[in-house]
Design a protein around this ligand. Structure first.
Ligand code: F6R
Length: 269
């Protein structure tokens, strides 16, 4: 597990976008796993800039989003499909047919979950998964107590989540009661994972996820079991890590080693 600590949310977004761009240039038909929420917005903004100014080409990229409310019309302004279109897909040259978000109006959401998992497999699996983290350590809609082996499934939202979301909907009865979400087991199958966290509000969850025990009570702690995870944090989100200085030291040392190797190889040519 790598921990990268950067000054602010903008830098976190840029670093995540840089890693995504490296992958797209190396593997133009790569499969990305994407998240909604406020944390990845600077990353999506930077990807849009890279597309417009540097010609980053998304034409062969496939994406799978982590989750979606159920039921919800994809055209609803609070749907995650709408969020992705507005914040990324409408501004890059991606083929919308290759952008998968769980369908909020699926006639049978249980069947849809099985179908969604099949589509991920058919696409060859997820190369790089972007995650945010909830204040309680949730990833996607996997709240504390979710099985670490869980797959894409229908979840009943907690009363707290429904109440917190009520402000985004016209009437309280419009708030969806369910969500379709990738499971923790599904997420752990991605080849590489980047978890982004910014702001002090995330500091407790981040510390538990990285330095606490692996437990379903902090779903993000399951990432400790994955062979290729990077936590990209701003200073505030990293503020409660006990070994913060050590992570910074390790990151500086490995960057310096990579630079030395690049220079050596360049001199050999
Ligand atoms: C969104 C998602 C959620 C968020 C998390 C953090 O697709 O899966 O788990 O990543 O709730 O949300 P923000 O980034 O808004 O703090």
């Amino acid at each position: 597990m790598e921990v990268v600590i950067l000054p602010d949310a903008e830098a976190v977004g840029k670093e995540a976008a840089r890693k995504i761009a490296v992958l797209i240039r190396r593997k133009p038909n790569c499969v990305l796993g994407l998240a909604t929420g406020s944390t990845p917005i600077p990353c999506y903004r930077e990807l849009i800039r890279m597309h417009k100014e540097e010609g980053l080409d998304f034409s062969k990229v496939t994406t799978f989003n982590l989750d979606e409310y159920y039921p919800i019309d994809p055209r609803h302004h609070q749907s995650y499909r709408y969020f992705m279109d507005e914040n990324l897909f409408n501004h890059i040259n991606i083929d919308k047919a290759r952008t998968f978000v769980p369908y909020g109006l699926a006639p049978d959401p249980y069947e849809h979950c099985i179908w969604y998992e099949e589509q991920i497999k058919k696409a060859g699996g997820i190369d790089l998964q972007i995650l945010g983290i909830g204040h309680n350590g949730h990833i996607a809609f996997n709240e504390p107590g979710s099985s670490l082996a869980s797959r894409t499934r229908v979840k009943t939202l907690t009363r707290e989540t429904i109440e917190a979301n009520a402000r985004f909907f016209e009437r309280p009865e419009d708030v969806p009661r369910y969500a379709i979400t990738m499971g923790i087991g599904t997420i752990l199958e991605a080849r590489e994972i980047l978890l982004l966290a910014t702001s002090e509000g995330k500091a407790d969850a981040v510390a538990k996820a990285i330095e606490g025990p692996v437990t379903s009570m902090c779903p993000a702690s399951a990432l400790q079991l994955h062979p290729h995870v990077t936590f990209i944090l701003d200073e505030a989100a990293a503020s409660k890590l006990e070994r913060k200085d050590y992570y910074k030291y390790v990151h500086e040392m490995s960057e310096s080693l990579k630079r030395q190797i690049r220079e050596k190889l360049a001199n050999q040519i």
